[in-house]
Design a protein around this ligand. Structure first.
Ligand SMILES: NC(=O)c1ccc[n+]([C@@H]2O[C@H](COP(=O)([O-])OP(=O)(O)OC[C@H]3O[C@@H](n4cnc5c(N)ncnc54)[C@H](O)[C@@H]3O)[C@@H](O)[C@H]2O)c1
Length: 435
C-alpha cells in the first residue's frame, strides 16, 4: 500500500471530475477526508443533477461546471489533472481532448474498449507527454500486493501455471449485467469480460511480469439469461404480470424492495432516480413498462456473455487460465499460482492466502504458512484500493514515491490486450490468437 507520509507543505492536487457517477464519487471522497491532498475544482457531466451534486459537495465555482468536455477544453486549463469516471465507451473519446488540453488523468478501467482505441489513447498520451493512470484498484489491495511480493521473492520458484477465477453473485449479475448499464455493448461499449474482469486479467499480467502471453483462446456464451430459461409460467415483468415472481431468484420485488442490501442502490442511482422513500414509490418505479429493472431477467435484451473462460500460453511455456461466471450464489475471486518450488492459493474475500513449498524433509513433503491481510483490508471496498489509487495518483503527480503496483497506461496494456484477444477468439469459436 502507498503509505508514504506526506508532510511537506505542498498544495493539494487540483482536479476536475469528468463523469460524476458512482466511481468518481468514491474517488472524490479523498478531497473531503484529505483536503490537504486533493481539491475538486471543477466538474463535467451531461447530467445536471450530478453537476449540482458536485457543485454543492465541493463548493465549486459555477463557472467551473460544464456539461461537456468540449466546453471544458474551450476554456484555459485551470487544474492540475482530471479524474475521468465516464462509462467505458466514453473513456477514449473524452480523454483525447482533455490530454491534448494539457491535463494529466486518472482514468477508469477499461481504458479503451478495443485495440484501435487503445492504440489511439497510447499515441495521444505519448505525443502530449501526459500522465494517464488507470484505476486498476485491486493492484493496491494488500492481498494482491503481498502475493506479488511473494512471487517476486522467488519463494515458489518460476511460475508454471496461474489460475484465476471471478464469480459474480446472482444479484450483482442481474442488476449490472442483465438489467443494468453493462447489459449490452450498445449501453456500455464493452462486454462483461472487459468491464468486470479486466481487473483479473490485469492482475494476471502483473503477477506474470515480463513473461507475456504467446497465444490465447477463449470460449463463453450467454448461458442463463435467455427466454428459454424463464420459469414455465413467467410473465414479462416481475411486479405486473408474473405468476412465478414469488419463486424466482430474480424477482425485482424481492431484490430491490425486500432485500435492498443486495445492490438495490444501483437501481436508483443508475436510473438517475432520487432514492425512493417508500415501498409504494419503488413499486411504481419498477412497474413502469419501460423500466429495465422491473423486467423479467430472462427476457432482457442482453447481448453479452454471462460466463467465459480463457486459456493462455506464455512465452516461456507457462500456462494460465481464467474463468468468469455470472449468476453464482455469492461473489468471489480466487487465485492459485503454481511454481517450481511451491504454490500460493487463496480467496481475495477471505483476506488470506496459503503458501505451500516443496520441502522433502518435512513430514508431509511440504511446508505451509498462511498470509493474513484481513486487518489491513477490514471494511474496505476493493481491499482499500479505491482510496489508494487516488493517493498513488497524487503521489505520482507530486513526484513522490509511488506504489510498486501502480498502473500507468503502459502498465495496463497487457491485461487489456489479453481481453481483446480473448474476445477475438471467442467470436471465432475459440480459435487460438497469437500475441
Ligand atoms: N475500478 C473499478 O473497480 C470499477 C468498478 C465499477 C465500475 N468501474 C468503471 O467506472 C466507470 C464509471 O462507472 P460508474 O458506475 O461510476 O458510472 P456512472 O454511470 O455512475 O457514472 C458515469 C457518469 O458519466 C456521466 N456522463 C455520461 N456521458 C458523459 C459525457 N459525455 N461527458 C461527461 N460525463 C458524462 C454520467 O452522467 C454519469 O454521471 C465505468 O467505466 C465502469 O466500468 C470501475
Amino acid at each position: 500500500m502507498n503509505t508514504a507520509v506526506r508532510t511537506e507543505a505542498k498544495p493539494p492536487l487540483r482536479v476536475i471530475v469528468v463523469g460524476m457517477g458512482v466511481r468518481s464519487m468514491i474517488y472524490s471522497r479523498v478531497a473531503l477526508t484529505n483536503p490537504e491532498l486533493l481539491e475538486i475544482v471543477g466538474v463535467v457531466d451531461i447530467n445536471e443533477r450530478r453537476r449540482e451534486y458536485a457543485q454543492l459537495t465541493f463548493g465549486l465555482d459555477p463557472a467551473n461546471c460544464f456539461a461537456t468536455v468540449e466546453e471544458l477544453v474551450a476554456v484555459p486549463k485551470f487544474a492540475d489533472a482530471v479524474i475521468n469516471g465516464t462509462m467505458d465507451k466514453l473513456h477514449v473519446r473524452t480523454s483525447l481532448p482533455i490530454l491534448r488540453h494539457g491535463y494529466d488523468m486518472l482514468l477508469e478501467k477499461p481504458f479503451a474498449i478495443n485495440e484501435e482505441e487503445a492504440a489511439e489513447l497510447l499515441t495521444c498520451a505519448r505525443e502530449t507527454g501526459r500522465t494517464v493512470m488507470v484505476c486498476h484498484v485491486l493492484r493496491y489491495a494488500p492481498y494482491y500486493q503481498r502475493l506479488k511480493q511473494v512471487v517476486e521473492s522467488g519463494e515458489i520458484g518460476r511460475i508454471i501455471n496461474i489460475r484465476l477465477s471471478a464469480q459474480v453473485s446472482y444479484f450483482h449479475e442481474s442488476v449490472s449485467f442483465v438489467r443494468g448499464k453493462y447489459a449490452s455493448a450498445e449501453l456500455c461499449g464493452s462486454g462483461m469480460l472487459l468491464t468486470k474482469c479486466s481487473h483479473d486479467l490485469d492482475l494476471m499480467a502483473w503477477i506474470m511480469g515480463s513473461n507475456t502471453p504467446r497465444r490465447i483462446s477463449s470460449v463463453g456464451s450467454m448461458f442463463q439469461f435467455v427466454p428459454e430459461n424463464a420459469p414455465a409460467n413467467a410473465g414479462t415483468r416481475c411486479l405486473t404480470d408474473c405468476p412465478a415472481e414469488r419463486d424466482c431468484p430474480y424477482s425485482a420485488r424481492r431484490l430491490y424492495i425486500e432485500s435492498p442490501q443486495r445492490w438495490a442502490d444501483n437501481v436508483w442511482h443508475d436510473s438517475n432516480m432520487r432514492r425512493p422513500e417508500t415501498d409504494e414509490e419503488k413499486e411504481a418505479f419498477l412497474s413502469a413498462p419501460e423500466n429495465p429493472y422491473g423486467a423479467c431477467a430472462y427476457r432482457c435484451k442482453t447481448d453479452i456473455v454471462d460466463h467465459q473462460s480463457l486459456l493462455i500460453e506464455y512465452q516461456d511455456g507457462a500456462t494460465g487460465t481464467f474463468s468468469m461466471t455470472g449468476g453464482s450464489s455469492f461473489s468471489e475471486r480466487r487465485i492459485h499460482v503454481i511454481g517450481t518450488k511451491g504454490e500460493i492459493y487463496g480467496t481475495f474475500e477471505t483476506g488470506r492466502f496459503t503458501i505451500s513449498t516443496i520441502v522433502p524433509e518435512a513430514p508431509e513433503g511440504r511446508l505451509q504458512h498462511v498470509v493474513d491481510v484481513t486487518e489491513a483490508q477490514a471494511n474496505c471496498h476493493h481491499g482499500g484500493g479505491d482510496r489508494e489509487v487516488v493517493l498513488d495518483f497524487i503521489a505520482q503527480m507530486r513526484g513522490e514515491p509511488t506504489s510498486p503496483g501502480k498502473t500507468l497506461l503502459e502498465d495496463s496494456v497487457t491485461g487489456h490486450r489479453i481481453v481483446f484477444l480473448a474476445e477475438k477468439s471467442r467470436l471465432a469459436n475459440g480459435a487460438m490468437q497469437d500475441w
